[in-house]
Ligand binder design. Structure first.
Ligand code: HEM
Length: 446
């Protein structure tokens, strides 16, 4: 067989001047990434003299995240703003430090370990969902942020937050996430630019979150037993023979809130958007978590809360190949697995822009392989069971609250998570099929 000639990766040139290119890229990151994705599975984005890579081939993604994971690491450009924003945590730790802590905490994230806490979510969810007014404009982003935070506090920390306190914490957390997201965005724009010291405002938000984390940790220290939650596992951890220091514990608590809460809240917001656009599918979710899972999976496909996974080589000149295209990524350069691009590839997904939860019912292997909303491999999402369990418990309750009407536009905003530019507001309306009572409660009552 004649060998196929090898091509160098095609390029999208943003601008000849780096400064201008960065400005253009930051004004509309998804536009440039989509342009690269439309050209091929491995494409260079050129900004002035700098090249970065956009990967939309699921097999190349798998090799970067799993089989060749030791050749790649999260770039400083991603880690530094998160470290400055919330402190060193599971996400920002080097593979070596992470390998010491991970065995202590990973068991607490397993489905089985989470079951007792997840079984207690109903009352909390009912409390939250029934407080959402019907036929009245609601700040939906605020609602999903509060719900995600209360669920996370309960599941991860064993804390019962009242709605007002949750609102307050969510407010400070959003401010920190925004600060991180802007810097991270510029950098996942893949060029390390000056980070800028945190201003007074940011420090105030951070101080509030530090105080909350310290309060939770102090309570857990004095509790008669450490509890069956993730914080309990962190308190019991002895990664190098010693317990984690209060500073380390605080970093982990805030890191989990950042990695887990922002993403879950973003995914729930997008689920509402898709629910409004596809009321029939939304109606099916009312019947319980069986239809909620494909609905959420399709939401994570079209609107992935984590839209891209950036990596940089750990050694010189790593080769990447997709089809007949081959390229070398040098140390210091960045390659991003562009999840949103993979998820909209018409070669994998028929009619890719159509919201169709039933496409996940077939169990088709190639679709399963192409969908990586939680990443993969040793540094993939440790919280994916938490996220899916929380979201599939909340979604049917939200669907029973009513049909959704979204006010205004829903332009994607690619910051730390994929968010909606300018926030999300809308209304739950009394639908013919909606009821404030879930089927389980109805069964118990009858
Ligand atoms: C819809 C919700 C979520 C999505 C889409 C999501 C997505 C992801 C992705 C794609 C990664 C891998 C990033 C990379 O490889 O660089 C990741 C890592 C991580 N996620 Fe999630 N996540 C979600 C929820 C959660 C939750 C609820 C938690 C915590 C309870 C969590 C904690 C983490 C942590 C700690 C890491 C870093 C793991 C490591 O470095 O070993 N995530 N997540």
């Amino acid at each position: 067989m004649p060998r196929q000639p090898v091509r160098t990766a095609p390029e999208v040139r943003i601008h000849r001047s780096l400064t201008k290119a960065l400005r253009l890229f930051d004004a509309d990151r998804l536009r440039w990434l989509d342009e690269a994705a439309a050209i091929g599975p491995l494409v260079a984005l050129r900004m002035g003299p700098v090249k970065t890579w956009v990967v939309t081939d699921p097999d190349v993604a798998r090799s970067m995240l799993v089989t060749e994971s030791s050749s790649w690491t999260r770039p400083p450009a991603t880690l530094v703003p998160i470290r400055v924003g919330v402190g060193e945590n599971l996400f920002t730790q080097s593979n070596k430090a992470w390998a010491k802590v991970q065995p202590w905490v990973a068991p607490a994230f397993r489905r089985k370990a989470l079951e007792p806490r997840l079984a207690d979510l109903d009352a909390l969810i009912r409390d939250e969902v029934e407080a959402i007014p019907r036929d009245e404009e609601v700040d939906l982003e605020r609602a999903t942020g509060r719900i995600a935070l209360r669920l996370a506090a309960w599941v991860l920390l064993g804390e019962e937050l009242d709605p007002t306190r949750a609102e307050e914490i969510a407010h400070h957390q959003r401010a920190v996430v925004r600060w991180v997201g802007i810097r991270l965005g510029q950098l996942t724009g893949f060029i390390p630019v000056a980070l800028g010291a945190p201003g007074r405002e940011m420090k105030r938000h951070r101080a509030f979150l530090d105080a909350y984390a310290d309060e939770v940790i102090a309570r857990a220290y004095t509790a008669t037993h450490t509890g069956d939650h993730v914080l309990g596992a962190l308190l019991n951890a002895r990664p190098s023979g010693n317990a984690l220091t209060p500073d380390e514990l605080r970093g982990h608590v805030l890191g989990l809130f950042l990695a887990g809460n922002e993403t879950t809240a973003a995914a729930l917001s997008w689920a509402l958007v898709h629910g409004a656009r596809a009321p029939d599918e939304w109606g099916k979710v009312r019947d319980g978590s069986r239809r909620a899972v494909p609905f959420l999976t399709e939401t994570l496909r079209l609107s992935p809360a984590v839209w891209g996974i950036p990596r940089t080589p750990t050694r010189a000149g790593i080769k990447l190949s997709a089809g007949d295209v081959t390229t070398r990524v040098r140390r210091g350069q960045l390659a991003t697995v562009y999840l949103r691009g993979i998820n909209r590839d018409p070669n994998t997904w028929g009619d890719p822009l159509r919201f169709d939860p039933s496409r996940h019912d077939t169990g088709a292997k190639e679709l399963h392989r192409a969908l990586l909303p939680f990443g993969l491999g040793p540094r993939g999402c440790i919280g994916q069971h938490v996220a899916m369990a929380e979201m599939s418990a909340v979604l049917p309750a939200l669907a029973r609250r009513g049909d959704i009407i979204i006010d205004g536009s829903t332009t994607e905003d690619a910051g730390f998570a994929l968010r909606i530019r300018g926030g999300l507001s809308g209304r739950f309306t009394t639908s013919r099929r909606s009821t404030s009572t879930d089927p389980e409660t109805a069964k118990r009552r009858s």
